[in-house]
Design a protein around this ligand. Structure first.
Ligand code: NAD
Length: 434
């Protein structure tokens, strides 16, 4: 199959590469010239385990290429995936300007029957909107079908999540398009769920809203645990062992971030509102998530006293480990809050410094040496559970810190171990070690 992928970000690059790996001829395109130039020189724009090897292999074998010439990519392909960003707009709704632009480009260059697949996360109704834009710009009577095929990959595990996808949702009312989509997905040997376009679009928002709510639920339970002397990690283990509940997304912590949950929960909340439904439960989940950041900073303040003139090492800038993505990362909220309270911040991250710098600028100093970040600071604040954090030599940390104080937003360390080592250790939803 000849495939074009419009938008070579986390989703587009991984999807395009995996489709090449399964034998298709794929052109990944983007309007970002620097990104495409870099990819053509073998430079990865994102940090994603296993991706570079696959890109290298498939470009060398001639199945994968990169271009800014979207017109040529559209004309040369049978199936065109839209994988552009859909960021949060000021109203909370998804900003569809990139999707509309991609649809317009596709419409202008249609030269025969094509399947236009929307992989970007979009509000219900966008598939029909894409169809109307394409139709408007297509010259003559060119046939095409629009499919909604939402993406469920997780950053940091994106290649594995694609090569071993748990399900593919294919939303279309065209049997011709469905059969071709089924064929593309056959090598992944995955469960196919065939729905209407609208239902497919809703599945993606419902999935993310559910996971975000699950996280906020356990974070609320964590705060109650702190008040009553229970341990939220054991509560999670206890309830997660029940197959009706499941153990994933029950890790209490500083709250979710990333390019998906914050914007997708906001967009679903907006979609409900404009359709006359007050989605109170989702609103509460969103509020709880922000409260976790505030509560974390309050924990630091409660432990250290006034933060004026204190130096805090922040461990982790990316919103989760194994990615350099800092979109809506806890660090972007927590560091300004610490600064506002008069603290100085030394930040560590193994992959996300350059992206974080674009957002945080000079609000903190940066290093990719974890011990350098910790040295001579009043406390460590753990925001991302990178392996470098989990494998810290705690005796060394104790010697480097002015006082042995760790405030942990990811519940990385064992309470008994921290007590034995003599740390003041405050985590989320577990008894504090003092
Ligand atoms: P991204 O910002 O990493 O990449 C989007 C790319 O699209 C950018 O490189 C941008 O330059 C390019 N682009 C924008 N307009 C274009 C145009 N008109 N023509 C060509 N290229 C264009 O975004 P992402 O994280 O890959 O997300 C893409 C979509 O997938 C979003 O809707 C997102 O919600 C969804 N999604 C993301 C993830 C994730 O983990 N990142 C997971 C599931 C779904």
């Amino acid at each position: 199959m000849k495939i074009a992928v419009i938008g070579t970000g986390y989703v587009g690059l991984v999807t395009g590469t995996c489709f090449a790996e399964t034998g298709n001829r794929v052109i990944c395109c983007d309007i970002d010239e620097e990104k495409i130039e870099g990819l053509n020189l073998g430079r990865m724009p994102i940090y994603e385990p296993g991706l570079e090897t696959l890109v290298d292999k498939n470009t060398k074998q001639g199945r994968l290429r990169f271009t800014t010439n979207i017109k040529e990519a559209v004309r040369a392909s049978d199936v065109i995936f839209i994988a552009v960003g859909t960021p949060m707009s000021r109203t909370g709704n998804a900003d569809l300007s990139f999707v509309k632009e991609a649809a317009e480009t596709i419409g202008k260059h249609l030269n025969g029957y094509k399947i236009i697949v929307n992989k970007s996360t979009v509000p219900v109704g966008t598939g029909r909107l894409v169809a109307s834009i394409v139709r408007h710009h297509a010259k003559g009577n060119v046939a095409f079908d629009v499919v909604s095929n939402p993406e469920f990959l997780r950053e940091g595990e994106a290649v594995r999540d694609t090569m071993q996808m748990e399900r593919a949702v294919i939303g279309t009312d065209s049997s011709r398009a469905f059969e071709i989509m089924e064929e593309i997905h056959r090598p992944f040997r995955t469960k196919i769920i065939h729905t209407s376009i609208e239902t497919a679009e809703m599945i993606k928002y419902a999935a993310n809203a559910f996971l975000a709510t699950k996280l906020s639920f356990i974070n609320d339970i964590a705060l109650i645990c702190e008040r009553v002397g229970a341990d939220v990690d054991q509560v999670s283990e206890g309830i997660g062992a029940d197959s009706r509940i499941g153990k994933s997304f029950l890790q209490a912590g500083i709250g979710y971030g990333g390019s998906c949950f914050p914007k997708d929960t906001a967009a679903l909340h907006y979609l409900a509102k404009i359709n006359g439904f007050d989605f109170k439960m989702l609103e509460a989940a969103i509020e709880t998530n922000f409260r976790q950041r505030e509560d974390f900073v309050a924990k630091i303040e409660k432990t250290l006293g006034s933060l004026e003139g204190k130096v805090i090492s922040v461990l982790g800038l990316s919103f989760k480990p194994n990615t350099n993505d800092v979109r809506y990362a806890p660090s972007l909220d927590v560091i300004p809050m610490l600064r506002e309270k008069g603290a100085m911040v030394k930040a560590f991250d193994p992959a996300a410094i350059s992206r974080a710098k674009r957002q945080l600028g000079y609000q903190c100093s940066y290093t990719d040496d974890i011990y350098e970040a910790i040295q001579n600071t009043d406390a460590c604040a753990i925001l991302t559970d990178w392996d470098e954090v989990k494998s810290l030599d705690l005796n060394k940390v104790k010697n480097l810190l002015k006082e042995p104080v760790i405030i942990d937003g990811r519940n990385v360390f064992d309470l008994d171990v921290m007590a034995q080592l003599g740390f003041t250790y405050v985590s989320i939803g577990r008894p504090a070690v003092t």
